[in-house]
Write a protein that binds this ligand. Structure first.
Ligand SMILES: *Cc1c(COP(=O)(O)O)cnc(C)c1O
Length: 470
């Protein structure tokens, strides 16, 4: 058996492989209070105070609950400036679980993206990727590169039931190589369980083919392995030949088909802060460490304290100790998603790994994309119930850096990201009730316009005001 459960128990419903030892109170608010709070936050859920939120599904980033063993690990963290014991524990964990020999620790995922982009991208380079991610593309462009989307078309269709919507379209990738030449393409950025596609996996077959194609052209394959654990689960569930492999084995196999990875440890790795760049090539790792000491910190801590690294090493081992953790994690996401599907709310299918994504374009079909339907829907859900969600649509997509025009993504979504090991099934019931309620009153929701639009990563700090839609 590949994990802690015997096969005759697999028909039972998912349940958490833990019990609760510590609880934290959350605030219940009134509708009047939330109306004022949403207006003060200028209809941007990023600008709400967490205290005004009841169930916080803004992100699954850095919001996980740590285990008793992780809290114990904090206490034994080694705060030595150089050569911390906790760094070596982390290095061992990354080698064992991800299989990369070279570890470059960073303060979080974007720190790793910054270093990777700076050591590999020259101005004028092109970086193909299976859908953009906000901070990843920012750092690629900041280094003078241009991102080109090479994900399969099905990823842009919220209703497509393709089991691996995160797959790279090899014909699109070949066309980018033919057009620009391999010498202008330092690497392809392959994201596991593609966030902006709705938490959708790629298959090992596709990753293997991508790696082989890139190898023939001397192009590196760099994973965004932030959600590689969740991707490994979907491979086990859906890809022929993997049902009797543990997620631990599959995760190693994913990483084996790449030259390195950036990881935000605030997701799969079950900690509140941290990240790393992991590489195979010692020469490349040396270059990365050269920049690391200027931008993040010494090579044996990056941006993390000793205790952060100790808890992270424990989180990395815990997430693959048995398959039960990821089964329950994704089981909870699917529980919420299936409730919404049964109630007729349009969501991205198949249900993704880290959250449920509402199809705002379809729900608010009377609000044109320039009036930010997903942003407006996220605000309406907050006002209804105090549940905080996030826009993943035209606001997040930003503007083309050269033309200044808005990117118009096909997917206009509201993301309900589920923190790991934090909320109960009853919380999921309340979330579903609120979304169904707002969906039933969708015609009363209007659009928004900017009152402040930041130049970079505008979704974080943008401000809005309601605007009448004709
Ligand atoms: C969160 C995330 C990042 C950025 O990581 P941070 O830790 O927030 O800096 C990069 N890629 C993906 C896919 C992510 O989900």
């Amino acid at each position: 058996m590949s994990d802690g459960m015997s096969s005759n128990e697999h028909h039972r419903s998912w349940a958490e492989p833990f019990r609760i030892k510590v609880v934290e109170a959350i605030t219940m608010t009134t509708r009047e209070h939330r109306e004022v709070a949403m207006a003060e936050a200028a209809w941007n859920t990023f600008l709400l105070r967490a205290e005004d939120v009841y169930i916080d599904l803004l992100t699954d980033s850095g919001t996980s609950a740590m285990s008793d063993r992780q809290w114990a690990a904090l206490m034994v963290g080694d705060e030595a400036y150089a050569g911390s014991r906790s760094f070596y524990h982390l290095e061992d964990a990354v080698r064992d679980v991800y299989g990369y020999p070279e570890l470059v620790p960073t303060h979080q995922g974007r720190g790793a993206e910054h270093i990777l982009s700076q050591i590999l991208i020259k101005p004028g380079d092109v970086i193909p990727g299976n859908m953009y991610f906000t901070t990843t593309r920012f750092h690629q462009e900041h280094a003078g590169g241009t991102f080109v989307d090479v994900i399969i078309d099905e990823a842009h269709d919220p209703a497509s039931l393709h089991p691996f919507k995160g797959n790279v379209d090899l014909a699109k990738l070949q066309a980018v190589i033919d057009e620009h030449g391999p010498e202008r393409i330092p690497y392809i950025s392959v994201e596991t369980n593609v966030n902006l596609a709705g938490g959708q996996p790629l298959s090992l077959e596709n990753l293997r083919a991508t790696y082989a194609l890139c190898e023939r052209h001397g192009i590196l394959v760099m994973l965004d392995a932030t959600r590689a654990l969740e991707n490994a689960w979907f491979i086990q569930q859906r890809e022929p030949g993997y049902s009797d492999h543990s997620v631990k084995e599959i995760l190693l196999e994913i990483c084996a088909n790449s030259d390195g990875a950036t990881v935000s440890s605030k997701k799969d790795n079950l900690v509140n802060i941290g990240g790393f760049l992991a590489l195979r090539d010692p020469e490349l790792a040396r270059k990365a460490r050269g920049l690391l000491v200027a931008f993040e910190g010494l090579h044996t801590y990056g941006g993390m304290s000793g205790r952060d690294m100790e808890a992270l090493a424990e989180g990395i081992r815990e997430m693959v100790e048995t398959d039960d953790h990821v089964r329950a994690r994704i089981g909870q996401v699917e529980y919420l998603g299936n409730k919404l599907i049964s109630a007729g709310v349009p969501v991205v299918v198949p249900i993704g790994g880290h959250g449920v994504f509402l199809d705002a374009r379809s729900i608010l079909s009377h609000v044109p994309q320039e009036r930010f339907p997903a942003q407006a829907l996220a605000a309406a859900i907050y006002v209804d119930s105090g549940v905080r969600t996030m826009e993943r649509g035209i606001v997040s997509a930003g503007r083309d850096t050269r033309t200044g025009e808005n990117h118009y993504p096909k997917l206009e979504l509201v993301r309900l990201a589920i923190p790991r090991r934090v909320y109960t099934q009853a919380h999921m019931d309340v979330v579903a009730e609120s979304v169904v309620e707002v969906h039933s009153q969708r015609e009363s929701i209007g659009g928004l316009q900017f009152t402040y639009e930041p130049e970079e990563l505008r979704f974080f700090l943008a401000r809005f005001a309601p605007v009448a839609v004709a």
